[in-house]
Design a protein around this ligand. Structure first.
Ligand code: DOR
Ligand code: ZN
Ligand code: ZN
Length: 354
């Protein structure tokens, strides 16, 4: 068996649920899942039950993350529907970006008022990333608002042909827009959603085969893959009102590497999408002695024992995968080997931004 070395992967979009939702995930279990997936740095989203929309809430989350996390970590601040623009200057250097929720999803951060959106887009520093959850018509609105306020924009988890077309056009016009796609939106369709039931329910919803094909055809206009790792318990998923979201940290790399083996994606593109893209857009500093080693030849079937996430399930259970993560090294320390995490909570360091 000869192992293949690749850069440590970066996932700029996860929901670790800590504080407030630690029955679903916490900084320790979430970062174990990251290491098992070859991901050495994550950026956590602000839609906790007590959302990360003040300096105080951010500092509280940092304190928790510092003692519990196994991989390197950072945070996105949240824009609040109750206007927290007064906090922006205090937190700008402490976070990777600002997240603005322009559609309804998990949490309580939806902003629909155009005047507040304009204020948020204007006040958040122009040189820092501003991320939106903005689907279809809302994606169009977000792009228009970014043009009006003359600022860069990052569009999370695109899923539709119409969205990638809009983004491609804006890029061609030289507008500073970037976007991400999740493995589930690249690999599953609304037909899979029928079979998966609540386990295939997330925002944005799984789209049509035509949409999925459009994403693949326009991979050059996509800046990165992000998991949108959004764990919920099986009990919650099987309830009468299943919440939106699927986990993704352990599966993102092997799923995408399987597409490299199939010849649908080049290895260079995979590294661009899971390392260089997030590093560049979020100005994340990386370390030369941080890398992963994969077994390019072993084929395995995804089972529960491959998962470290507290939620204990995956929409990809039973899939045949290639590119198993064998070893992860962070800053010269071996932190993961053959399914075992080798470091203690608190090993992870805060990400720094250039
Ligand atoms: O499916 C989703 N789950 N989409 C989101 O936008 C939020 C996330 C969550 O926090 O559960
Ligand atoms: Zn979202
Ligand atoms: Zn998300």
């Amino acid at each position: 068996m000869s192992l293949k070395e690749l850069p440590g992967l970066i996932d700029p979009h996860v929901h670790f649920r800590d504080p407030g939702g630690t029955h679903k995930e916490d900084f320790t279990t979430g970062s174990e899942a990251a290491l098992a997936g070859g991901i050495v740095g994550i950026v956590d989203m602000p839609n906790n039950p007590e959302p990360t929309v003040s300096l105080e809430a951010l500092q509280y989350k940092e304190q928790i993350a510092r003692v519990k996390t196994l991989c390197d970590y950072g945070f996105h601040f949240g824009a609040s529907p109750r206007d927290n623009t007064g906090e922006f200057e205090k937190v700008r250097d402490l976070v990777a970006g600002l997240k603005v929720y322009m559609n309804q999803t998990t949490g309580d951060l939806l902003i629909e008022d155009d005047r507040l959106i304009e204020k948020v887009f204007s006040v958040w520093p122009k040189d820092k990333p501003l991320l939106v959850h903005a689907e279809e018509g809302t994606c169009k609105r977000a792009l228009e608002m970014a043009r009006k306020t003359n600022r860069r924009l990052h569009i999370c988890h695109i899923s539709l042909a119409s969205e990638i077309e809009m983004i491609k056009r804006a890029k061609q016009e030289g507008f500073p827009v970037t976007c991400e796609v999740t493995p589930h939106h690249l690999l599953l369709t609304n037909e899979d959603a029928v079979n998966l039931g609540p386990y295939g329910r997330m925002k944005p919803f799984l789209a049509t085969r035509t949409d999925v094909e459009a994403l693949w055809e326009n991979l050059d206009s996509i800046d990165m893959i992000a998991t949108d790792h959004a764990p919920h318990t099986k009990e919650e998923k099987e309830s009468a009102t299943p919440p939106f979201g699927v986990p993704g940290l352990e599966t993102a790399f092997p799923l995408m590497y399987s597409k490299v083996v199939e010849g649908k994606l080049s290895l260079d593109d995979l590294v661009r999408l899971m390392f260089e893209g997030p590093k560049k857009v979020f100005s994340i500093k990386t370390d030369n002695n941080t890398f992963i080693e994969i077994d390019p030849d072993e084929e395995y079937v995804l089972t529960e024992k491959d998962l470290k996430t507290k939620c204990g399930w995956s929409a990809f259970m039973g899939w045949k995968l290639r590119g198993r993560i064998k070893r992860v090294t962070i800053r010269s320390s071996l932190v993961f080997e053959n399914g075992q995490v080798l470091v203690k909570p608190g090993f992870g360091q805060p990400l720094s931004y250039r």
